[in-house]
Design a binder for this molecule. Structure first.
Ligand code: DAH
Length: 341
């Protein structure tokens, strides 16, 4: 009896581990275990050697062994039949067909780079609506009705409501942040803006900006310069130089525009820098006291700086994109060039 028991245990292990690779192997399995001269048959002929008092137990053992072998065989037979009925069998070892994946848009790549550079020094992201009211886009930014500075930007008005515009700059988000938050304020506001311009290689009716705003006690123009210098070296490399030119924006005083040394020709002159060695990348300045007052922030206590940069401009300089229309034409030959970024 013990030898029958041991034999069955051994065969059981073999059966459990068995996985046929094809129909021939399965058939061999059937012949070996369940055939007319198979192991199950052989073992049942040995039953006569088992002492009568152990026969009942041995019979049960043998029976469950037979069921195990049959179960294994039937399961694999079913699987093979199911596979065969599906037509030609599938070679599961073949590599899969790659799914065509999209790529990130170059403007989104650059926007992410800009945001993460400022996040490293404690700025957080704020966003605002693209359909904006007059107060947030103009009036609160020290541009009351009939102010000539409104003509600096060609505005799209929304026909349903004379008070609504498509925002002409992300400075409107700056206004919304000041409306909802008391200093210290340190935000970066990326987003799409609209202007009524004829579409060409150099102008478009929509584009993207990133606004920066920092308001606290004792914020000075030196802080503004240092922050922007940090941004430029992170974005374009340590050798990049900056220069500030006095300018005018109604919402900042003093105001400046910032140029960087041309990263394409290194300053020797090329078509990007129009042979000047410098390219303009942003407008900036110290937040105008009137603007602080508009949002109940006391200009005697707080000062701040702001800046606004064009994402297309940064992308153009960084990746030498020379036609603004490429960004919205959805030509995959253009978009795929940014696949690795
Ligand atoms: N809003 C300006 C524009 O669209 C850019 C700008 C200039 C933003 C100076 C600022 C700033 O925050 O301080 O042309």
């Amino acid at each position: 009896m013990s030898s029958l028991h041991e034999q069955i245990q051994q065969y059981e292990a073999e059966i459990t581990a068995f996985t046929p690779i094809d129909a021939t192997e399965l058939e061999n399995f059937r012949i070996r275990f369940l055939g007319t001269k198979g192991i199950v048959k052989q073992l049942s002929t040995e039953m006569k050697n088992v002492p009568p008092e152990q026969r009942k137990e041995a019979g049960m053992l043998l029976n469950s062994f037979k069921q195990l072998a049959e179960g294994k065989y039937d399961a694999h037979k079913d699987m093979q039949q199911a596979g065969a009925s599906k037509g030609p069998s599938v070679d599961i070892t073949l590599p899969g067909t790659p799914l065509p994946t999209g790529t990130r848009h170059p403007l989104r790549i650059v926007e992410n780079q800009i945001v993460s550079i400022f996040e490293k020094i404690g700025f957080s992201v704020a966003t605002g609506p693209e359909i904006e009211d007059d107060w947030h886009n103009f009036t609160s930014l020290n541009m009351p009705e009939h102010h000539p500075a409104r003509d600096m930007q060609d505005t799209f008005y929304v026909s349903q409501n004379p008070d609504w515009v498509l925002r002409t700059h992300t400075s409107s988000t700056q206004a919304r942040v000041m409306e909802n938050q008391q200093p210290p304020i340190r935000v970066i506001c990326p987003g799409r803006v609209y202007r009524n311009e004829t579409i060409s290689a150099r102008a478009h009716c929509f584009f993207h900006q990133c606004e920066g705003l920092y308001i606290d006690k004792d914020v000075s123009f030196a802080d503004l310069k240092q922050t922007l210098y940090y941004f430029v070296t992170e974005m374009f490399g340590e050798d990049t130089k900056v220069r500030f030119r006095p300018s005018y924006f109604p919402f900042t005083e003093p105001s400046a525009e910032m140029d960087i040394s041309c990263t394409v020709c290194g300053g020797s002159g090329c078509s990007l820098c129009k042979h000047t060695g410098w390219v303009e990348i942003l407008g900036c300045g110290m937040v105008h006291p009137n603007m602080l007052r508009n949002f109940n922030i006391d200009p005697e206590v707080y000062t701040g700086y702001a800046f606004g940069l064009g994402v297309e401009r940064i992308t153009q300089i960084k990746y030498q994109v020379n036609d603004l229309r490429l960004y919205s034409q959805n030509d995959v030959r253009f978009l795929r060039q940014f696949q690795s970024l």
